[in-house]
Design a protein around this ligand. Structure first.
Ligand code: UDP
Ligand code: MG
Length: 161
């Protein structure tokens, strides 16, 4: 029992997910949150924030050579964003699956972008693309004390005893 719990804890991951200004303005907050929640992932931090352009540039620093970088950073800082940390086994990789391909024209139906977005410049959601970026993005958007550690009653039904 204890061993199983330890194994389970060892596989726990956290990822950074943000609903971009288009998702917020289109009234898709609860729709998006509910997809992660119903899957069985756990919300451990959430806030509404309007990032500055400088902050958006930090968040997207990997893309600074790309032609769309400036427009992307203008857009991210154009209105409220819902910044979140979600926790669960495999949440980094599976979160990206829930989100779908970057270009909504290529996202599968059933994914967030596939069901709810049409063009790449307005694809409503961001998700960390790997363990290192997840760590960096969580640290950029949140202070360690903003992350709440708690056990949910549903966990034993999601993961087994
Ligand atoms: N983006 C864009 N045009 C492109 C590629 C990307 O406007 O040709 C935007 C899009 O909003 C995307 C963001 O830049 O979500 C970050 O790009 P990335 O390749 O990291 O895609 P993601 O990780 O969001 O799927
Ligand atoms: Mg990315």
């Amino acid at each position: 029992m204890l061993q199983e719990q330890e194994a389970h804890a060892a596989q726990m991951e956290q990822t950074f997910i943000a609903i971009k200004p288009d998702g917020v303005q289109r009234g898709l907050i609860s729709e998006i949150v509910s997809r992660f929640e119903r899957k069985g992932f756990k919300l451990v931090a959430i806030k509404v924030v309007v990032p500055s352009k400088e902050f958006a540039e930090k968040h997207y620093h990997d893309l600074k050579e790309r032609p769309f970088f400036n427009g992307l950073c203008d857009f991210l800082s154009s209105g409220p964003v819902i910044a979140m940390v979600w926790e669960g086994e495999g949440v980094i990789k599976y979160g990206r699956k829930l989100i779908g391909a970057t270009d909504p024209q290529k996202s599968e139906p059933g994914t967030i972008r596939g069901d709810l977005a049409v063009v790449v410049g307005r694809n409503i959601i961001h998700g960390s693309d790997g363990p290192e970026t997840a760590k960096d993005e969580i640290n950029l958007w949140f202070k360690p004390e903003d992350l709440v550690s708690y056990s949910s009653n549903a966990e034993k039904w999601i993961y087994g005893e």
